[in-house]
Design a protein around this ligand. Structure first.
Ligand code: PLP
Length: 353
């Protein structure tokens, strides 16, 4: 099966092999050294400030999302919604009592910093929350501009980095980000199961008194910063994540970004020639190509037919449900040969449609 979904992404052999290492204890000094190496790589990729908490939580990207909202005493929060994942963020903020105000933008369009500036003038907020790259619509949001506005308003800036960290330029310091997270199975091309997170010193100061137990980031810090016991971590996934982080840093973010952008442009050209149209109306996200199928072709039937040809791609979710194909160009997904095979399968399927 050719895996071309916007997460999970294919795993390089070096990462896959790390899963075969013999089992070790979660407090084994060598495992703690692996954790420190993970933190060091994450510090670089997140562009995290000194004193930031860096960890890989045992769960998927959504755990990284929820952990931030469960720990931060940061309501009322302004949640910028332009797709399914930002809507999930708003739902979680409500569940964790952060009194969210949702500022909505049309799906397929990026967040408009002018509207954010107006909202921040109209009412005081303690945090602004946004998704950097919306996987449901394929749109990249202006993190730097929104981060600057949040800082100006004295608010924390919470950013979902799931479709960008490890593939596109990212810097908490430059973007004014206080809390960010990703999932190991997206741009890093590691197996699912870990959620790398980073919390700035300002975010750490804003942790609330009651923050659950498993989700408590100070208990997480006890393990990740001082090597104490919190819970039994998935050490084989830690081994694999470290390999994936090393691969990303060896290649370098500029080269990875270029690989995504070039694959995106070429693939969009190929699809446009077949009658597909891009879903985003502006600011396309280079790591997730979202396209509407040609007139008369039903998106979800196309997804099923491609699966029958051995190619796994995703259909729409949230605002794009039933309307689009979503193609992953994250990590190992951003390569031409697998998409050449995808196009061959697509041509077979379209000839039968
Ligand atoms: C995939 C994704 C998540 C997290 O999803 P999980 O399935 O929990 O890993 C969050 N935000 C965005 C933008 C995503 O693409």
């Amino acid at each position: 099966m050719l895996l071309l979904t916007p997460g999970p992404t294919p795993i390089p052999e070096r990462v896959q092999k790390a899963l075969l290492r013999p089992m070790r204890g979660h407090l084994d000094p060598e495992v703690l050294a692996v954790n420190r190496a993970i933190q060091e790589r994450l510090r670089t990729l997140f562009g995290a400030p000194d004193g930031a908490l860096l960890a890989a939580l045992a769960g998927s990207g959504s755990l990284g999302m929820e952990a931030g909202l469960a720990n931060l005493d940061a309501g009322p929060v302004l949640v910028l919604v332009n797709g399914a994942f930002s809507a999930r963020m708003a739902e979680m903020a409500r569940l964790h009592g952060l009194d969210p105000t949702v500022l909505e933008f049309p799906p397929g369009e990026p967040v408009d910093p002018e509207r954010v500036a107006r909202a921040l003038k109209a009412k005081p907020y303690r945090m602004v929350a946004m998704v950097h790259g919306e996987t449901s619509t394929g749109v990249l949001n202006p993190a730097e501009a929104v981060g600057a506005l949040a800082k100006e308003a004295g608010a924390l800036f919470y950013l979902d980095a799931v479709t960008t960290l490890g593939m596109l330029p990212f810097s908490m310091e430059a973007m004014g980000v206080d809390y960010a997270f990703t999932g190991s199975q997206k741009c890093l091309s590691a197996p699912p199961g870990l959620a790398p997170i980073a919390a700035s010193p300002e975010a750490r100061k804003a942790f609330r008194a009651k923050r659950g137990w498993y989700l408590d980031l100070e208990r997480v810090a006890e393990h990740w910063e001082r090597g104490g016991y919190h819970h039994t971590t998935p050490v084989l996934l830690h081994f694999a994540l470290l390999e994936a982080l090393d691969l990303a840093l060896e290649e370098g973010i500029p080269a990875r970004a270029k690989r995504a952008q070039e694959t995106y442009a070429w693939l969009l050209g190929e699809l446009s020639a077949r009658g597909f149209r891009p879903y985003p109306k502006g600011s396309p996200l280079p790591t997730v190509l979202v396209v509407r199928p040609p007139e008369g072709v039903e998106a979800d039937r196309l997804v099923k037919a491609l699966y029958g040809e051995g190619v796994a791609v995703a259909g729409g979710i949230g605002p794009t449900r039933g309307q689009v194909l979503r193609l992953g160009l994250m990590g190992e997904g951003a390569r031409r040969p697998p998409y050449e095979a995808f196009l061959k399968a697509l041509d077979r399927v379209l000839a039968l449609a």
